[in-house]
Design a protein around this ligand. Sequence first.
Ligand code: URA
Ligand code: SF4
Length: 201
Amino acid sequence: MDDNLDKVAYEVRQCTKCILHLYRKNAVPGEGNPNAKIMFIGEAPGYNEDIQGRPFVGAAGKLLTQLIEEILNLKRNEVFITNIVKCRPPENRDPKEEEITACSQYLDRQIILIKPKIIVTLGRHSTSYILNKAGINFKGITSIRGKIIKVKLFNLNFTLIPTYHPAAVLYNPQLKEELIEDFKKIKEEYYKERKGLERFF
Ligand code: URA
Ligand code: SF4
């Protein structure tokens, strides 16, 4: 049977492939427009996301939503928002390598189904995952954030724009200017992409 986003979400909610399933209230598959041009990939659900089963609904989510609405001029439901790991790690610890490995097939399938033109990775975990998969060396989030990177992966061509994780910016407000700068670049790329598409109509 053909794969689809509901099937991925259903499998995520049943999943026991890693130890994180033991701690979760709710798995968080991700949400948004199945035809989104932009996909945001965070790290893992936190406390509020685990309770609601929805991505980026806590403090970091509030900041992300504000950037999407106020800088990109888009609504949350026009983009797709997900995480590299779909269940909350205890005490919000970093996801372990084996958890990322166990979970990544869900993210891969979401990317293949949505075919986004732009992927924004939030923080080092999702950034290093996508870069490594594309065969590009990852040397840390500080040196790569805000870069426009053309990636070919899963037979798809997309633009990768890594940036800081919004939670890191809440923790360290000096990073906010750079996060805003990166969102302005995302906006430029997005409207370039839209112009390119409009020429066909
Ligand atoms: N942080 C993340 O990485 N993802 C969420 O969904 C919420 C907070
Ligand atoms: Fe399954 Fe991913 Fe949840 Fe682990 S984190 S149980 S692999 S859905």
